[in-house]
Design a protein. Structure first.
Length: 251
């Protein structure tokens, strides 16, 4: 019996390690996007403490703005341009089966601006109100991004009370078309302690877009869709935590 339990524990450890590389670097893009979605689904099924949180569906319910003081062109809108990958509807199904049965996939978020000085240009794209994550440790962020070969880096900026901003690198957007981008999240110990000991959750503050020196000048546009977080609730215990909550339900 002991040997069987040991083998089961090793299996789950290997499964989690395979699905979730907790280094801070963005994961290299995997052409098998359906496979990544399937691994996410299996992790949710096999690890009871993992929960999927849909932070933003970009359907237009929440206002977003783009900020860059020295550009004459800054425009955002919600558009019907959706990811054409076969993995996108499969991920929608995973989201529906994990607390969001009414999730919509009709719009994405368009960002339109202008590169004037590739060596120093950067943009901040942020919601009118920060996206508050539920209590628990965020261990992975997932977002769909459309690019047209832009030499720009994209970071997800998260924040927390009593702490500095944390930049999560999503990578360089020098690809064409839609891609499903992932970044493992390994919070510093002090941030994890703020969650576990002081009940201070993490919030999404903004996206940070930075031009590379090789980027051409001129107008550009990007699309974002379906920002999700994989959360681990196993390390967060609080009075009343045994009562089932509804924080994962669609607002």
């Amino acid at each position: 019996m002991f040997l069987f339990i040991k083998k089961v524990n090793i299996f789950f450890l290997l499964l989690i390690f395979f699905c979730l590389d907790l280094s801070s670097a963005p994961r290299p893009w995997d052409r098998d996007e359906e496979g990544r979605v399937l691994r996410l689904q299996k992790a949710l099924e096999n690890e009871k403490n993992y929960v999927l949180f849909l932070a933003e569906d970009f359907e237009g319910e929440r206002p977003w703005s783009i900020y860059r003081s020295d550009s004459f062109l800054n425009h955002t809108e919600f558009s019907a341009n959706l990811p054409d990958s076969s993995a996108f509807p499969k991920e929608k199904e995973v989201i529906q089966n994990n607390g969001y049965p009414n999730v919509q996939t009709q719009n994405s978020f368009l960002i339109h601006s202008f590169v004037e000085n590739p060596k120093r240009d950067h943009w901040t794209i942020r919601p009118e109100e920060q996206l508050l994550l539920p209590l628990g440790l965020p261990i992975q962020a997932i977002i769909w991004v459309y690019s047209e070969g832009h030499h720009m880096s994209l970071d997800l900026v998260v924040t927390q009370k009593k702490s500095k901003e944390i930049y999560l690198p999503l990578g360089i957007l020098n690809f064409f078309g839609w891609r499903r981008l992932e970044v493992p999240i390994n919070l510093p110990k002090e941030n994890a302690r703020l969650i576990q000991s002081f009940s201070l959750p993490v919030s999404v503050k903004a996206f940070r877009l930075t031009s590379q020196p090789t980027q051409k000048t001129g107008a550009f546009h990007l699309y974002f869709d379906q920002l999700c977080f994989l959360m681990d609730k196993s390390t967060f215990v609080y009075p009343g935590s045994e009562v089932q909550d509804t924080w994962g339900n669609k607002r």
